[in-house]
Design a protein around this ligand. Sequence first.
Ligand SMILES: C[S@@+](CC[C@H](N)C(=O)[O-])C[C@H]1O[C@@H](n2cnc3c(N)ncnc32)[C@H](O)[C@@H]1O
Length: 245
Amino acid sequence: MRKPSSRIGTIYGIGLGPGSADLMSVRADKLIKSSSFIAFFRKAGRLGHARKIVSEILPKNVKEYAMEYPITTEISLSDPRYKKIMSSFYDECCQHLRSVINRGEDVCVLCEGDPFFYGSFMHIYERLRFEAPIEVVPAITGMSAAWTATGLPITWGDNILTILPGTLSKKELVDKISSTDAAVIMKVGQNLDKIREAIALTERKSDAFIVEFAAMSNQSVCKLVEYKKEVAPYFSIIILHGRAK
Ligand SMILES: C[S@@+](CC[C@H](N)C(=O)[O-])C[C@H]1O[C@@H](n2cnc3c(N)ncnc32)[C@H](O)[C@@H]1O
């Protein structure tokens, strides 16, 4: 990786995979091990999941910039204040990253899973891609680790796979699940009850699995009908497998 100089640095959006450090790509591993400046998103007061994944491989004197979300679930996504607060937060993050690359230093932005798959990094990318050198390193997604954890294949032959955020309305969930062979439902958390009801309405209740913390040390896999919690952890995914026809 380039040393600080008069040249502008590069921003690397680095996908780290779903949680286990050995599921990271060789390219991601090399970039992290030679980094001098890392940036990562986290909830205030937490270490940050992406930061945790690289704990063992970070160079000693690496500089760190924690981008702490000003809000997470305190304000609903549909509230206009949400967009405004988050937008000025991402603007601030970009301002800081600009100042780092303008002094010639490269920045590794750590991303859980794949950066271009529902990742916060995309807000940085969209703001800076026409003014700064940015490279993105793809990675294994959380959903891939989740269906692997169930021990069953997700799609066969010409099965259609639909990826759904659990934030959709119950009706949208029912409609989409009814018209697909396999489904992955992300962002389960506080949407669990609604998702349960939607799956029950499609009569696929007994097929569904919920995977918490896929590919992490505390991974757990459970049939949805046997899952007793009312709210699932942030890192949870519901899987409906496709079937061989
Ligand atoms: C903002 S999205 C980020 C997705 C990520 N970029 C990826 O490639 O998987 C966060 C959601 O992804 C899901 N997720 C990501 N990684 C996970 C994991 N290792 N185990 C379970 N769920 C995961 C959860 O549903 C979580 O609410």
